[in-house]
Design a binder for this molecule. Structure first.
Ligand code: UTP
Length: 289
């Protein structure tokens, strides 16, 4: 039986240039979708998948992320004194059990592969998930739950994928498959941003992975790739020479919240999916249109 996936790496140390200027002072993963920061949804997804420990890869100026996942006695005491139990419970919903979260500084934004490598001492010798917190996935069951279920069938490494919009495969990391039968298929390769017409499939790597710890040895000496960055895709490509990789086409919708329009779409979609807000949100949107 495959070893269980107990830990997840959440890299949030990128520059976030696409959400400037707001990203200048607010870490982009703390931007809100309806009334919660994006990270709140990601942490909820991780918990649903049975993740017991989350490792955030952060950069300078992102202390607000640690503060968000800490208790805030002055507000909690005030809410409690006023009997505002519902707000208090909602506030506490995101808090980890003591010791359930680690925060590691990536001292320079050398790339996603480097960010993941920074977690090696905390992950140790066991399989782990990587969740790109910009990619907010609306799915039932949650995307990482689907990935873990796939991993329990295949073992090895899992890459969550989805179809790229028509004519946009050149913007993404694209997977090559050994035949396509259903949603879970063995991979034969992957390529970062292939020129149009050369893409091996229309499926792009969309932000959830389950990886074996041997990836750390590879990332340790991984040279810089596309964009001068140490790429996770290059590391996975090397690991694929000795280990199995499967691509899971998950069921759900992805919102790239690292992009202004993606964040706006996520806000609309998540408001419409909230029983307490859906009607009012629909009316407000209609009125604006
Ligand atoms: P992105 O490619 O979205 O980069 O990184 P970015 O720098 O955050 O955003 P833009 O393109 O400049 O707007 C994918 C994920 O990897 C993390 C990012 O925080 C994001 O969650 N990352 C990237 C790191 O943690 N460290 C890095 O060196 C690079």
């Amino acid at each position: 039986m495959a070893k269980p996936v107990r830990k997840a790496v959440l890299p949030v140390a990128g520059l976030g240039t696409r959400v400037l200027p707001v990203g200048k002072t607010t870490p982009k993963n703390l931007l809100n979708v309806v009334d919660r920061p994006i990270l709140s949804y990601i942490v909820e997804e991780a918990r649903a998948a049975g993740i017991e420990h989350m490792v955030f890869i952060v950069s300078r100026g992102q202390g607000a992320i640690e503060d968000y996942f800490d208790s805030i006695p002055e507000i909690e005491n005030a809410l409690s004194a006023k009997g505002k139990v519902e707000i208090l419970e909602d506030l506490r919903r995101d808090l980890p059990q003591p010791g359930q979260m680690s925060f590691i500084r990536q001292m320079a934004p050398l790339g996603l592969g480097h960010a993941v490598w920074c977690a090696r001492h905390v992950i140790g010798d066991e399989p782990f998930a990587v969740m790109l917190p910009d990619m907010l996935m609306q799915a039932s069951p949650p995307a990482l739950v689907q990935a873990v279920a796939a991993y329990e069938k295949t073992g090895g490494n899992i890459v969550v994928v989805e179809p790229a919009p028509e004519g946009e495969t050149h913007k993404y990391g694209i997977v090559a498959l050994d035949g396509r039968d259903g949603r879970l298929n063995r991979m034969t390769g992957m390529v970062e941003k292939p020129p149009l017409g050369t893409e091996p499939s229309n499926l792009f790597i969309s932000g959830r992975y389950i990886l074996q710890p041997e990836i750390f040895n590879i990332l340790e000496t991984q040279e810089r790739g596309a964009g001068g960055e140490i790429q996770l895709t290059d590391g996975m490509f090397n690991l694929m020479k000795t280990q199995d990789f499967h691509a899971l086409e998950y069921e759900g919708t992805t919102y790239d919240c690292g992009d202004k329009l993606g964040l706006l779409r996520a806000n609309v979609a998540f408001a419409l999916a909230r029983p307490d807000l859906a009607d009012a949100a629909r009316q407000a949107i209609k009125a604006l249109l």
